[in-house]
Design a protein around this ligand. Sequence first.
Ligand SMILES: C[C@H](O)[C@H](O)[C@H]1CNc2nc(N)[nH]c(=O)c2N1
Ligand SMILES: N[C@@H](Cc1ccccc1)C(=O)O
Ligand SMILES: [Fe+2]
Length: 288
Amino acid sequence: MVDQTHLLEKPPEGASADWTIAQGWDRYTPEEHAVWDTLYARQIKLLPGRASKAYLRGLDALKLSEGGIPHFDELSERLMKLTGWQVVAVPGLVPDDVFFDHMANRRFVSGNFIRRPDQLDYLEEPDVFHDVFGHVPMLADPVFADYLEAYGRGGLRALELGALKQLSRLYWYTVEFGLVREDGDLRIYGSGIVSSSAESVFALDDPSPNRIGFDLRRVMRTDYRIDDFQQNYFVIPSFDELLRLTIETDFAPLYDEILPLPAIPVAQIVEGDEVIHHGTQAYAMRKR
Ligand SMILES: C[C@H](O)[C@H](O)[C@H]1CNc2nc(N)[nH]c(=O)c2N1
Ligand SMILES: N[C@@H](Cc1ccccc1)C(=O)O
Ligand SMILES: [Fe+2]
């Protein structure tokens, strides 16, 4: 879960031209593996009944439950068989074009470092727990796998069209913080939610945030916050529908239409919204 904050301009010492580095699995300490295990144990208790079936299936198929930080080569081998995706290590945030290019080629970039034991609940840069536990299970789903590849190509195009911000909002409100309707109930699938114990509960159960039916144009106009729980979640009807909608729509005219329009402030309900839950915003407005 990221924004354009800590970006470097060229690959750091020791990284390849495409910004990838060795995972360095042998260098993880027992304490670092234990951080993974702690986070894993916490989430695995919360996710049944909250996470989407596609996510839970992926988690199972990839055998992330074996204990310790996963070895990217083993993970990639399983993933490759399922959907043709791989996981490659990067030193942290990489430039947008690099990020999109890897994605368009079915390579998911992941941080190789893990948060410290005093950062279990929150950190700003995507670590291996966020990237692998949060993102990779969805990549085992054939439909979502296609969506992310298409998103990578769309990202390269958005850069040319000057619409990075608009397309990034789509990523934020689907890949990072998306909800999906399943058998009539809401489920989480966004990586920022499924990798966070507090937000896994908040996103579904708390009266504070808005929960709004997904609308492409609306989402691409909506600001988001990167420093705390979301004030809006957007609900897709299904992954098939998300893929269909994004792949069949030519975004160029859409960008032309929305680029001149003002952004919709975080938490604002607008005309045309399918309001599933009108949030109280009590959490966002609390005194601190
Ligand atoms: C979607 C948007 O381009 C975003 O800021 C990118 C930039 N670089 C990144 N780099 C890494 N490693 N991980 C990410 O999620 C992103 N996100
Ligand atoms: N259809 C989009 C590309 C895209 C597909 C899927 C997700 C995001 C973007 C475009 O024309 O740019
Ligand atoms: Fe992420």
